[in-house]
Ligand binder design. Sequence first.
Ligand code: UDP
Length: 239
Amino acid sequence: MVRGELLFDGNVKQVYATDDPEMVLFHFKDVATAFNNVKKAVFPNKGIVDNKISSYIFEYLKRNGVSTHYVEMVNDREQLCRKICIIPLELVVRNYIAGSIADKLGIEDGTKAQTVIYDLYYNNDALGDPMINDSEAVAIGLVSFKDLEIIYSTARKINGLLLDLFGRAGIKLVDLKLEFGKTSGGEIIVSDEISPDTCRFWDSATDNRLDKDRFRLDLGNIVASYEVVLDRLESLNLE
Ligand code: UDP
C-alpha cells in the first residue's frame, strides 16, 4: 500500500489517498480539541493510544458482525480504511446522563438513563452541529428513512457489544458518538473512530473519567487515562 496525497487535514486526524482508489489511510495526530475546536492542545502519544483503542474496538466489532470502514492497523499512528461517502450526521447513544444533556434536563451527571437515549445531530460546523430529528434529516436529503433504520439498528447492536466489552474491562460506557458513511456499493457502515475522544468512559468502581472530559474539564492525566482504557482492553485477552 502506497501513501498518496493528503485528502483532508483535520484537527485530530489526517486522511491520505492510497494506491487503491477504494482505500484511505487515517493518521492520528497528538491533538485534543473541545467545544467545537475553541480549545485545542497537543498531548504527546495521544494519537498512538487513540489509534490503538479505536483499532481494538473496530476489530472487536468486525468479529461480532458489524461492518465498519476499518480494514487494519498499519502502524502505531495509522489505519487503513475503506473509502466512504460521509453522511453528515452524528448519532450519540447515551446509557447514562452526562455532559450537555445533564444541564439540558436538569439531571445529575452520572444518572443511569432508564432507557437508552439516541440523539441525532447534523454535522455542520457553520451551524454549530445542531440537533436534528429523523424527518428533518430525510427532508433535507441527508439520508432516507431506510438508511436511518440501518443506522439506529447498527447503533443498538454496537452499544450492546460495547457495554459487554467495557463492562468486562471494569469501565462504564456512559455514552458514545457514532458516524456513518456509504460505500460505493451503497452499504452503510460505521466510520470515523470510537475512542476516549468520542465516548465517555468512567471507571466502574470509582467513576473516575477516562476520556476527553479530562481535557474539557481540565482534569489532567489525559494520555495516562486513555492508556488505562487500552491496558484494560488488552488485558481481557479476547481471541
Ligand atoms: N461527542 C463527539 N463529538 C462531538 C460531540 C460529542 O465525539 O462533536 C461525544 C462526546 O465525547 C461524548 C458524547 O459524544 O462522549 C456525548 O457528547 P454530548 O452530546 O453530551 O456533548 P458535550 O456534553 O460533550 O457537549
